[in-house]
Design a binder for this molecule. Sequence first.
Ligand code: AVJ
Length: 320
Amino acid sequence: MTDGSSPFVQEIVRDLQRTQARISPKFFYDKTGSTLFHRITTLEEYYPTRMERAILEKASEEIARSIGECWTVIEPGAGSCEKAEHLCRLLRPRSFVGVDISADYLADGVERLRGTLPGLSVHAVAGDLTEELLLPPDLPMPRRTVFFPGSSVGNFEPDEAVALLSRILRLLDSDGLLLLGVDLQKPIDVLEAAYNDSDGVTEAFNLNILNHVNRLIGGNFRAADWLHRAYFNKERSRIEMHLEARRATAVAWSGGRRRFKQGESIHTENSYKYSLESFRDLLERAGFDRSEVWTDDQGWYALFLARPGAARKSQRRIAS
Ligand code: AVJ
């Protein structure tokens, strides 16, 4: 029955059948999930959003000077567009393109942006970052800045992150820029507290993925059967989030089913924590270079400004 079903349904069902079951973190973001994530960004324990904002504010003049004239700001995962507003005030582009998997959440954000920045031409694109990014066809190629804040790149395995950065690179001319936020390594207790907040918002966010998946695949997951787990995996330098079966449980969906033993888990998220060197290496593998970086005093969070590398320019010359 999953034949002919949407690619999302096929992906979810395939991932649920793996020995280590998993659900892609992109399915966190239905309307409820996007609202819960927004609440996470306001939590005391969740440092990344606050740190990124502080770095952006402190370095804003330097960043604006480094970027220079910008015609278009493109933001994958724009969500509520709050960060976009700040950057657009700083760079004064002609147009802004917000891309997000949660179309109705993005629509609200884009509407608000139109209200607060009336001179700006604002576009909303419903899109999934794990696929090729499709932009409005009439968008001019020169002087683009891709803004990828929030450390969302941490959700991807390092090789997939390189692939994503390469897809971003293809949106840019040689004068284009990538401004992106990256969460860095820090003491484990700080990391683990950020994903195990005392108000239980991250727990609710993790469990809500089951409601979203139920709607997408016609499933009967019961949130009450699952425990929120989040811990740092030191070998791979990443926070892992899982949903762990509280008891033996069977889950059915249209066209299939699976049993989970007590303690068996569904892996819902990775959030990689990089060093400055290891992330610069990813940027270079993707074809970016001459990157500038700003961090907080403790070196816990980084904002990179990266430029298309020379190797890529010669590739384009050969191609044309
Ligand atoms: C949106 C992927 C950056 O990894 O910190 C927050 C998502 N998950 N709390 C992160 C998230 C649990 C967040 N990113």
